[in-house]
Design a protein. Structure first.
Length: 369
């Protein structure tokens, strides 16, 4: 056998190894879940910059309203009173909303909503005394819309970020097809809870049940509770069942609850796995300079697998990086999976740097197997 033929056969024999090395080392590719690629989705980023009066916000939870409409729920937001105003000249509101029309964010339209008080922009959901509301997740159930918010208060203790969670509220919208300014909103009574528990960080409808992830805001571990959809849809949230481990199953006794996801993150999403059976959790891992990670489970109650990095936001490599809030949006189209995150900064930078504080889109595209 000649030297050329030996070389050809050697190359053929090493091709599978080279391909495996390439797929496992290429950013955005994990051999155990198939081949996919992640990239910044600049065409979609224009969506949140299309209103000259809404100058940025964080959180960015989304809810499918049906009929091509998507509700966006933001936390702290800059809302201007006139076109051309800077962030320094704008109101700083604790929560705002937007309605996106069209499921593909790269060609959809959007309209933002806050409220006006004494002629100035204000929180969409009003503060109560010294506390204010930041969004959690929500879900449409039939002809009603169920939304969850966390209650926040100032915290001036050492090493604090300046705020702390002091509970949560659930709200029912009886006419979600109306413009948000005309919504009929009522506060619901939820189950009594002790400790820093936030109900509704992520909501998933699973057959006849509505499952809600509950974050321990001190340890960042997550529990899981559920209501029957028939009860949640009419606002009866007082008697959920908690996941209490494989040996005990679902129980109404909350003291027997068991952690479902350890170190789930301060914000996260859970959705059906777009590549097949099971579910996917998406979050920003760490604090400051963060990566976006996923972890998978066959069932909502787990066990959940190891985290895998899928994307490194470029803002995480900048000085004094402050990147957070990654979550997926299963109702959106245009990619195999759609993720957003927020880049923030100190007060001086935030007021002047318009490249940050608009949620950024990441698209995840899966290869055909």
């Amino acid at each position: 056998m000649g030297s050329q033929e030996r070389r050809r056969r050697a190359i053929q024999s090493t091709l599978p190894l080279l391909l495996t090395f390439f797929l496992c080392s290429w950013p955005g590719v994990f051999s155990q879940v198939g081949v996919f690629r992640t990239r910044a989705w600049e065409e979609a980023d224009r969506l949140f910059r299309s209103d000259p009066l809404w100058l940025g916000g964080d959180a960015a939870f989304s809810v499918d309203l049906g009929g091509g409409r998507v509700l966006w729920m933001f936390g702290d937001s800059f809302v201007a009173s006139k076109v051309g105003a800077t962030r320094r000249q704008s109101a700083f509101v604790r929560n705002s909303l937007a309605i996106q029309t069209g499921y593909d964010p790269s060609n959809a339209t959007i309209r933002f909503y806050s409220t006006r008080r004494h002629g100035n922009p204000g929180d969409f959901l009003r503060s109560e005394g010294s506390t204010w509301l930041w969004p959690l997740h929500g879900i449409r159930l039939g002809d009603r819309l169920l939304l969850f918010y966390m209650r926040m208060a100032s915290d001036h203790s050492k090493d604090s970020l300046g705020f702390q969670s002091v509970g949560w509220n659930a709200f029912m919208i009886d006419n979600p097809d109306a413009e948000p300014s005309k919504w009929k909103l009522r506060k619901l009574k939820g189950p009594e809870m002790r400790g820093a528990l936030l109900v509704g960080m992520a909501l998933v409808r699973d057959g006849e049940y509505l499952d809600a992830f509950v974050l321990n805001n001190r340890a960042n571990d997550a529990y899981l509770l559920r209501w029957r959809v028939s009860e949640a849809a009419v606002g009866l949230l007082g008697s959920p069942e908690w996941w209490c481990g494989a040996g005990e199953g679902w129980q109404t006794n909350s003291t027997r609850r068991r952690i479902v996801i350890r170190d789930a993150g301060t914000e996260f999403s859970v959705q059906g796995d777009p590549q097949g059976k099971g579910f996917v959790e998406v979050r920003s891992k760490g604090f400051g300079a963060t990566d976006i990670t996923v972890r998978r489970a066959e069932h909502l109650e787990g066990p959940w697998g190891e985290e895998r990095k899928i994307y490194r936001p470029p803002e995480s490599d900048a000085p004094k990086a402050f990147v957070y809030g990654a979550k997926s949006h299963p109702e959106l189209s245009g990619a195999g999976m759609v993720v957003t995150y927020t880049a923030n900064g100190d007060d001086t930078r935030l007021a002047t740097d318009m490249s940050i504080y608009y949620p950024r889109f990441v698209r995840i595209d899966f290869a055909t197997q």
